[in-house]
Ligand binder design. Structure first.
Ligand code: CAA
Length: 258
């Protein structure tokens, strides 16, 4: 997969593993990292041999936010014209699931990156926050929108206005994370979940992610119509025939991911 300035990238079976690798700055998200990460994710998404991706950081930090050194001197016209956040838009076009395995700090853009993933598994030492207000800005990679949808207005408003952090237990109670695990087990647990997803029939995985994401965007009636079309369409997949035949014949299915 080549070498990267800001990432470690590997494949383990049908799972792609991306480790953010700017340890000296707690994986602060600079332009190089954003470009490399979104490019690798897009390549993994197109790769028929992969079914799921895990993004992780270090035990101390998933990512401590956008790179403040890089941002500090920007002027308004520069920010506006460069549109340096737009590189992240590619995330919304990914069709295969991405899991964030969060150890340590997920702050600012780091929390937003975790929320752009399809689900978050957190180490017991993880801490989530949107501290941008302390820097004279607001979250810029979707934090004000995704946090409200993830944990509701009351907690989201408090976090965005005060910059306070949530620990892993509170994040799980609030519904921000799917599961909290001991720090030593974080990567193994995230990989296990990713392997389970990657072993599922790919047409159904793509449809499942797509339908759940539509719940953010559509009315209930439209969402249910959308789901029904996706449901019927899966009867055109070989994996539906195989999955149901295997069940009826009481044997394990042999999915072809098609
Ligand atoms: N950008 C650039 N450098 C960062 C950084 C960031 N977001 N976060 C940490 N670093 C650097 C520190 O400057 C420090 O560098 P030096 O060793 O050269 O001094 C190094 O990483 C280690 O950090 P600390 O010494 O601060 O470590 P700590 O354990 O004392 O504190 C921390 C950890 C609480 C996470 C603290 O580093 C911190 O508050 N970081 C900034 C968090 C933040 O404000 N994030 C939001 C960024 S804005 C944003 O993300 C906008 C957006 O939505 C797009």
């Amino acid at each position: 997969d080549g070498t990267y300035e800001t990432l470690l990238v590997e494949r383990r079976g049908r799972v792609g593993l991306i480790t953010l690798n700017r340890p000296k700055v707690l994986n602060a998200l600079n332009a190089a990292l954003a470009a490399e990460l979104t490019a690798v994710l897009a390549a993994f998404d197109r790769d028929a041999a992969l079914g799921c991706t895990v993004i992780t950081g270090s035990e101390k930090a998933f990512a401590a936010g956008a790179d403040i050194t890089e941002m500090a001197g920007k002027t308004y016209p520069q920010a506006r014209i460069e549109d340096f956040i737009a590189v992240w838009d590619g995330f919304a076009r990914l069709r295969k699931p991405v899991i964030a395995a969060v150890g340590g700090f997920a702050l600012g853009g780091g929390c937003e990156l975790a929320m752009m993933c399809d689900l978050i598994i957190a180490a017991d030492g993880a801490r989530f926050g949107q501290p941008e207000i302390r820097l004279g800005i607001v979250p810029g990679i979707g934090g004000t929108q995704r946090l409200v949808r993830a944990i509701g207005k009351a907690k989201a408003m408090e976090m965005v206005l005060t910059g306070r952090m949530m620990d892993a237990a509170e994040a799980e109670r609030a519904g921000l994370v799917a599961r909290v695990v001991p720090a030593a087990d974080l990567l193994a647990e995230a990989m296990r979940t990713a392997e389970a997803i990657a072993a599922m029939p790919l047409p159904a995985v793509l449809a499942a992610k797509d339908c759940v994401d539509r719940a953010y965007e559509l009315t209930l009636a439209e969402g249910i119509r959308y789901e029904r079309q996706a449901f019927y369409a899966l009867f055109a997949s070989a994996d539906q025939k195989e999955g149901m035949a295997a069940f009826l014949e009481k044997r394990p299915p042999a999915f072809r991911h098609g």
